[in-house]
Ligand binder design. Structure first.
Ligand SMILES: [Zn+2]
Length: 113
């Protein structure tokens, strides 16, 4: 498109946001990916003195003031990481869109105090 006027730019920007949201929403996952290493508790095990078992992966998030850990099987680790990144981007886009909406309503001017 060769449109350069302002309203047209807004339309294409909103179109791009929509396209990106359509790609993000089916993948996004809530939380951050945590790698956990553990000692199993058997006194004779190598982990008692040396290298711990793991990593085991979890999606970790704060919910109503408590940390919730959701187990992620190793084979889904990459997908979980991509999901976390997708949700991060989704939130970022949400702020960008909300700011543009505020500007469109003429709410851009700030009062300093
Ligand atoms: Zn062990």
């Amino acid at each position: 498109m060769s449109c350069t006027d302002d309203s047209c730019a807004v339309v294409t920007r909103r179109e791009r946001w929509r396209e990106e949201l359509v790609k993000l929403t089916p993948r996004m996952l809530w939380g951050s990916l945590a790698s956990v290493y553990r000692r199993c508790g058997h006194p004779g095990c190598h982990c008692a003195t040396g290298e711990k078992h793991g990593p085991v992966f979890y999606l970790s998030r704060r919910e109503a003031g408590r940390t919730r850990m959701v187990y992620v099987p190793t084979e889904l680790r990459d997908e979980a990481e991509a999901g976390v990144e997708a949700f991060r981007r989704y939130r970022e886009l949400g702020i960008e869109i909300a700011e543009a909406n505020a500007r469109a309503l003429g709410l851009g001017r700030q009062r300093r105090r």
